[in-house]
Write a protein that binds this ligand. Structure first.
Ligand code: DMJ
Length: 571
């Protein structure tokens, strides 16, 4: 046994002796082939495993990204109107042929206004239709053209939109030695360009919005952070108008938040958002219990000066933006203070509401010191729409109380129109006992506020009466304001004497709100868009915290792109 074990072990050992193979080359070759094959199989397996691991890692990354996006989309899609209101799904209503006819008439009006501007005032800020020339009331920034971009897009006037886009590319130049209004330039130019970007996805508009916003930005470099209201577009020297005694104006200082926050979201650069959010933080430090701020603020101390409290000229859009930034910010904790400030201001607004005699029209009075003034600007007729929009954020009882107030105020504003011989509203109204309403300043400059409120009320209640009121107002514009070369205002709504100016907001706001009033509610849905004060819709995207801009910028753009692919609504 011992012998045989030793003989078998010596047989095994000879196979590992190189001399064995040197004498047998065929076996050596076979052994080599076997070795190469085994190595190849082993190496290939390793590579496969590594490749699979990489693939798996990439997929995990993608899943994570998609999960994040889904979360953000869920957040974005929280409906603006939570339906403790008596809302209905207006999209389910059959398409009304009258609505279609009316919408087409409004579109014709836009074509007439635009064609006239194109012919006589191309590239200028505004058209003077009677003398048929352009004027540069905003420093020659093409205000009407930029203000009209989104209206053209929404109405499907794509040839006109493309021609306007070409002008933006080739001729829009902000390098103007001009003292510009920070407010007007923001709401019309920054807002108009951002809206055109959100609708079309064309980067040209975003680049231009950034260019002009960068020129406006030094206006916020004041001791309190409350901006100066005028700035030179070339050298950045900023100041306030002389007639305010050096103060900044409330509306002019608190109506840049939507645009500058949107710009930070879309560029990934937090500097715009930081400047404008700081204004609200500063005002919040001394915010009064009734939430009503006088119209003048000292930019050095950040405190208000003794002056009028109003929801009309110079106060109006400050209150509007408190609500709208909350909506733009997806109503998250980061923007809670905006909603709180807005609700506080609504308490103040309630304290200003009075009723006329004999017809009991509700109106929002003004206040100076502790005295109420029985006066209301047509400009304050944006308030019914704002109140209706914000009403759904309250609990059921408060919500219907505010919605009813909005409806009452809209009725008053509609009567500002109905009570004059031309059926167009004057600039402001006084309320004397026993006389209901009396026109004060009697011009009409094609303002949008009342039709803006009718648009919101129709969207939120589904009540077609608001469409009928809007139609009546539109017909009054057609009758009194339409001339051969565009639309003009009236010097006097009693006599119908015409002025010589087609305001850019007529194309940006008045005609857009009227068009949307006769369109399906899914066209620029209020769940997905928020209108700036010049009626430029801005996409609601996830809120970017200051400092997190660049991280979120990419995700924001993915979302904006994805949603744009479904165009700008479901209509
Ligand atoms: C527009 O420029 C804006 O709506 C602004 O908030 C107030 N004034 C005009 C329209 O009347």
């Amino acid at each position: 046994m011992a012998r045989s074990r030793s003989s078998s072990s010596s047989t095994t050992w000879r196979y590992i002796n190189p001399a064995y193979y040197l004498k047998r080359p065929k076996r050596l070759a076979l052994l080599f082939i076997a070795f190469v094959s085994v190595s190849f199989v082993f190496w290939d397996r390793q590579t496969l495993v590594r490749e699979h691991e990489e693939e798996l890692w990439k997929l995990k990354e993608e899943v994570l990204q998609l999960q994040n996006q889904l979360e953000e989309l869920k957040h974005d899609d929280i409906p603006v109107h939570k339906t403790n209101l008596t809302t209905m799904n207006i999209d389910d209503l059959p398409i009304d042929p009258i609505e279609i006819q009316r919408r087409e008439k409004v579109k014709d009006a836009m074509i007439h206004a635009w064609t006239s501007y194109e012919k006589y005032a191309w590239g200028h800020d505004e058209l003077q239709p009677q003398s048929k020339n352009g004027v540069d009331s905003f420093g020659g920034l093409g205000a009407t053209l930029i203000d009209s971009l989104d209206t053209l897009y929404i109405m499907g006037l794509h040839e006109q939109f493309q021609k306007a886009r070409e002008w933006v590319v080739t001729s829009l130049d902000f390098n103007k030695n001009y003292d510009a209004s920070v407010f007007e330039t923001t709401i019309r130019v920054v807002g108009g360009l951002l809206s055109a970007y959100d609708l079309s996805g064309d980067n040209v508009f975003l680049e231009k919005a950034k260019d002009i916003a960068d020129r406006l930005l030094p206006a916020w470099d004041t001791p309190s952070g409350i901006p100066y209201n005028i700035i030179n577009l070339v050298n950045g020297n900023a100041h306030n108008p002389g007639w305010t005694g050096g103060d900044s104006i409330l509306a002019d200082s608190g109506t840049e938040q939507l645009e500058f926050i949107a710009l930070s979201q879309r560029t990934g650069d937090p500097k715009y958002q930081q400047k404008v959010e700081n204004v609200i933080r500063e005002l919040n430090k001394t915010f009064p219990a009734d939430g009503l701020l006088p119209i003048y603020i000292n930019p050095h101390k950040g405190t208000t000066s003794y002056s009028t409290i109003t929801f009309g000229a110079m106060g109006d859009s400050f209150y509007e933006y408190l609500l709208k930034v909350w909506i733009q910010g997806n109503k998250t904790a980061a923007v809670k203070h905006y909603r709180e400030m807005w609700e506080t201001s609504m308490k103040g607004l309630l304290s200003l509401v009075r009723r006329t005699e004999p017809s009991s029209f509700a109106y929002i009075s003004e206040k100076i010191g502790s005295s109420l003034i029985d006066k209301m600007d047509e400009l304050a007729c944006f308030a019914p729409g704002m109140i209706a929009l914000g009403s759904s954020g309250y609990g059921p009882g408060e919500s219907s109380k505010f919605l009813s107030l909005a409806e009452e105020l809209a009725w008053t504003c509609y009567n500002f129109y109905q009570s004059t011989p031309t059926k167009l509203a004057g600039e402001n109204y006084f309320f004397h006992s026993g006389q209901d309403m009396t026109v004060g300043t009697s011009w009409n400059i094609l303002r949008p506020e009342t039709v803006e409120s009718l648009f919101y009320l129709w969207r939120l209640t589904g009540n077609k009466t608001y469409q009928d009121w809007g139609w009546n107002i539109f017909q009054a514009f057609e009758k009194n304001s339409r001339v051969e070369a565009g639309y003009v205002g009236l010097k006097d709504v009693n006599t119908g004497v015409k002025d010589n100016m087609m305001q850019s907001f007529f194309l940006a706001e008045t005609l857009k709100y009227l068009y949307l009033l006769f369109s399906p509610p899914s066209l620029i849905s209020l769940d997905e868009w928020v209108f700036n004060t010049e009626a430029h819709p801005l996409r609601i995207v996830s809120r970017v915290a200051p400092g997190e801009g660049s991280k979120q910028h990419k995700a924001t753009n993915i979302r904006v792109r994805a949603r744009r692919e479904g165009r700008f609504g479901k209509a």
